[in-house]
Design a protein around this ligand. Structure first.
Ligand SMILES: C[S@@+](CC[C@H](N)C(=O)[O-])C[C@H]1O[C@@H](n2cnc3c(N)ncnc32)[C@H](O)[C@@H]1O
Length: 159
């Protein structure tokens, strides 16, 4: 990004808006969506070249992670072109997700850490205009005891 002429280290965007494009996008859904779609449009062009002219790069691979892969256009194109490669896309939850799934994650963290984790999950999905969800699949402690099996499991998870 162009740096401003003021020499303060900020980008021109930061000088005008008081925050980075990334932070601005977190609060302005239209801007965020427009940015993600612009990146996706670029990926459509680049991926079409990649899968036709650069096949050799992918020979022998069985898996690939597209880090910061946006809404997954590149990952999908690679997965479709190279069926032997398992493609994963890693990006921030707000980029691609309506929901965050936490299965067997929270039970072995302290209450304090659980709050931190849930807050991290909440911020991106709250921005999804109330469509977002946090889906938690985990053990629920029964203060009255529960069945023998469930108590055994609770004790096991406390170890
Ligand atoms: C400039 S975009 C590039 C997107 C995609 N690779 C492309 O070329 O179309 C950078 C991406 O990095 C993602 N990103 C930023 N910080 C990240 C982090 N800590 N973990 C994962 N992804 C991150 C952003 O959400 C964004 O989608």
């Amino acid at each position: 990004m162009l740096k401003s002429l003021g020499g303060d280290g900020n980008s021109s965007f930061e000088d005008v808006h008081g925050k980075s494009l990334r932070d601005f996008g977190l609060e302005n859904l239209d801007v965020r969506d427009m940015f993600n779609e612009a990146m996706a449009a670029d990926s459509r062009v680049i991926s079409s070249v990649l899968v036709t002219k650069c096949k050799d790069i992918f020979q022998g691979l069985t898996s690939l992670v597209d880090v910061g892969g946006g809404i997954g256009v590149m990952g999908r194109a690679l997965a479709e072109a190279f069926l032997h490669i398992k493609c994963l896309v890693l990006d921030l939850p707000h980029v691609f997700a309506d929901a965050v799934l936490l299965k067997w994650v929270l039970h072995d963290w302290s209450d304090e850490d659980c709050l931190k984790i849930l807050k991290q999950c909440r911020d991106p999905i709250v921005l999804k205009e109330k469509r977002g969800k946090a889906i938690i699949i985990d053990i629920v402690l029964d203060p009255k005891g529960g069945t023998r099996e469930s108590v055994k499991l609770q004790l096991f998870l406390d170890l």
